[in-house]
Design a binder for this molecule. Structure first.
Ligand code: UN1
Length: 507
C-alpha cells in the first residue's frame, strides 16, 4: 500500500521523503504504514514564526482585488479537476471511506471553489437609509486576517476546502492543522494549491509566500493557534470534546471561532412516509462512510404502526451490504478509522444492551482477510425501548438506534431531546407534519424526505447546541471570514447628531 501512496503523492507533485518524520501514518484498510510526517509544532513558541509569516502574507493578499483572489481559487479548482482521481484514491487509502465517497469529497472541494469564485465578485455590503440629511450609512466588508483551520480525519480535505476557498477569496491567509490521522491528503492539497499559485503568478505575480501553510502536530498545535491574538478566526471541526478544548483558548482572548462539532442526527418516520424511500435514505446515511460523518444518521424515531415493518426491512437491507476494501467498487462500507474507534463502538453497544437495547449486528468482520489492524464492522441496529443516556451520546461509528413513538408531538420532543443539534429529517407525505417538523427541529440542518447527511455546499452548514453554532460552506457563511464595518459619511455642511440630540457649543 505504501508504494501506491508514494505513487499517488508523486503523481500530484509531492515528494514524500521531504516530509518524513516522527509521526507515522497508517491506512485503516489493513493497518499498514503508508508514510510519515514530521511534527512541526509542539509549543506556542514554535508556532510563532508560522503565524508571523501568515500575517505578512495577509498584509499583501488583502490588497489584491477580490475577483483576482477568485482567479487563484479558480486555478486551484482546475488542479482539483485534473487530480480528482488520485486525490480521491488517497482520501480512500488514508481515511478508509469507499472510493465513491473519496471522489465525492474532491467533488465537494471543486463545488465550493466554484462557489467561491463567484463569491469573489459578490462580497456585498449594504447601504442603509440614514436618519440624517446629507448622510450616507453603509456596511462594508474587509479581509479579516490569518485564519486557522483545524480539521478532522473523517472529511480530511472537503471541510478544509470549505474554509480555505472562502478565506482566500475574502482576502485572508490560512494556516491548516489537519488531523494527525490524515496528514498526507493535506500535503497533496497544499501541493495542488502551490501549482495553482505558479499558474496564477504567470499572469499576476501577486501571491505572497505562505498564503497557505500546513502545520503538523497534536492538540498542542491547535491550542497554539487558538491562543494567538494574531489569528483572527479559528475554524475547528471535530468532536465536541475537541471544541471544548479549543474554544476556551479563543474565548479567553475574546477572539472569533467557528465550530462544527458533534451531531446526533435523527429521522422521524411517520405513517404516511414512503417507506421504500425512507429505507434507502436510512441505509445510506447510517452506514455510509462507516458511520463516521458528523451528519451520519444515528437515531430513527418511527411510528409504532410501521415500526416492525421498517425494522424488518432494515435488517434485511443491512444483511446485504457488502463490507470490505473501500478501493473495491462493489463494497459500500469500508473500515473504521482505527482500533480506538472500534473500542468506542463495542463499548456503546454493550452500554446500549444494558440500557435495554436489542442489538443486531455490530460485530467485527474480515479480521482474517485484512490484518488484525483493519477494523471492519457489520453496521449495528439497536432497538431501544426509550431514548436512554447512550442514545444521547454521539458514538462515531455505524450504530443506529431505533425508537417507537405513538404521538407526533412526543416524537418531536424526543427528536430535540439530545445535546447536539447538527442535522435532522422527517419522512412523511403529510404537509402538516413536515411543516411542523421544520419549524420545531432545533438543528442547523432540517430536511424533508431526504436523509440527514450528504448536504450540498450551497447552503450554510453547521448546527446548534453542542454542535457549536458555526456555519461554514455556502450561503452567507463567508461573512465569518471578513470584518464588517459600519460607515457613516456626512456630505452636508451641517453636523446633525443622531437621535436629534442638541449639543450646541456656540460659535
Ligand atoms: C462532516 O462530516 O464533518 O453533509 C461533514 C455531509 C457532507 C459533509 C460532512 N457534505 O454529509
Amino acid at each position: 500500500m505504501k508504494e501506491k501512496v508514494d505513487y499517488l503523492l508523486k503523481s500530484m507533485g509531492v515528494v514524500p521523503s521531504s516530509f518524513e518524520g516522527n509521526r507515522l501514518v497508517y491506512t485503516p484498510i489493513n493497518g499498514t504504514e503508508i508514510g510519515s510526517v514530521q511534527d512541526t509544532i509542539s509549543s506556542v513558541k514554535e508556532m510563532l514564526p508560522t503565524i508571523k509569516q501568515s500575517t505578512e502574507a495577509f498584509n499583501e493578499w488583502k490588497n489584491v482585488p477580490g475577483p483576482q483572489r477568485g482567479e487563484l481559487i479558480r486555478l486551484f479548482a482546475e488542479q482539483l479537476r485534473i487530480y480528482k482521481q488520485p486525490l480521491g484514491e488517497l482520501v480512500t487509502i488514508e481515511n478508509g471511506k469507499i472510493l465513491q465517497e473519496g471522489l465525492g469529497e474532491v467533488q465537494e472541494m471543486i463545488d465550493i471553489c466554484d462557489f467561491a469564485v463567484g463569491l469573489s465578485r459578490q462580497l456585498y455590503g449594504l447601504t442603509i437609509a440614514s436618519e440624517r440629511p446629507g448622510h450616507k450609512l453603509m456596511e462594508t466588508w474587509h479581509p479579516l486576517g490569518p485564519v486557522a483551520v483545524i480539521t478532522a480525519f473523517n472529511f480530511p480535505v472537503a471541510v478544509w476546502s470549505w474554509n480555505f476557498a472562502l478565506a482566500i477569496v475574502c482576502g485572508d491567509s490560512v494556516i491548516w492543522k489537519p488531523s494527525e490521522k490524515t496528514p498526507l491528503t493535506a500535503l497533496a492539497c497544499q501541493q495542488l494549491f502551490l501549482n495553482a499559485v505558479d499558474n496564477f503568478n504567470e499572469k499576476f505575480d501577486d501571491v505572497p509566500e505562505n498564503l497557505s501553510q500546513v502545520v503538523f502536530g497534536g492538540p498542542q498545535a491547535g491550542a497554539a493557534l487558538a491562543e494567538s491574538d494574531k489569528i483572527k478566526l479559528v475554524s475547528a471541526t471535530g468532536s465536541t470534546q475537541m471544541g471544548q478544548f479549543i474554544a476556551p483558548y479563543v474565548a479567553s482572548r475574546l477572539g472569533r471561532y467557528l465550530l462544527e462539532l458533534g451531531g446526533n442526527n435523527g429521522m422521524i418516520v411517520t405513517p404516511s412516509a414512503d417507506l421504500d424511500m425512507a429505507l434507502k435514505a436510512i441505509v445510506f446515511s447510517a452506514v455510509g462512510t462507516a458511520g463516521q460523518r458528523c451528519t451520519t444518521l444515528r437515531r430513527v424515531i418511527v411510528h409504532e404502526d410501521i415500526h416492525d415493518d421498517l425494522v424488518r426491512k432494515l435488517k434485511k437491507a443491512y444483511n446485504t451490504i457488502s463490507i470490505g476494501n473501500p478501493l473495491d467498487e462493489k463494497n459500500l462500507v469500508g473500515p473504521l478509522i482505527d482500533g480506538s474507534a472500534f473500542g468506542d463502538m463495542e463499548l456503546s453497544l454493550s452500554v446500549a444492551a444494558n440500557e435495554g437495547g436489542t442489538v443486531f449486528g455490530g460485530e467485527r468482520v474480515l479480521e482474517d482477510k485484512f490484518s488484525s489492524y483493519g477494523y471492519y464492522v457489520k453496521p449495528a441496529i439497536v432497538e431501544m425501548p426509550e431514548q436512554s443516556a447512550i442514545v444521547k451520546r454521539e458514538t462515531f461509528a455505524p450504530i443506529l438506534y431505533v425508537m417507537k413513538y405513538s404521538d407526533f408531538d412526543d416524537a418531536l420532543e424526543m427528536h430535540n431531546d439530545v445535546p447536539q443539534g447538527l442535522s435532522s429529517c422527517i419522512f412523511s407525505t403529510d404537509i402538516r407534519e413536515t411543516e411542523k417538523f421544520l419549524s420545531t427541529s432545533d438543528c442547523g440542518l432540517a430536511n424533508v424526505n431526504i436523509g440527514p447527511s450528504g448536504a450540498e455546499i450551497g447552503g450554510a452548514f453547521g448546527g446548534e447546541k453542542e454542535t457549536g453554532g458555526g456555519r461554514e460552506s455556502g450561503s452567507d457563511a463567508w461573512k465569518s471570514y471578513m470584518r464588517r464595518a459600519t460607515n457613516t459619511i456626512n456630505y452636508s455642511t451641517e453636523l446633525p447628531l443622531a437621535q436629534g440630540i442638541k449639543f450646541d457649543i456656540g460659535d
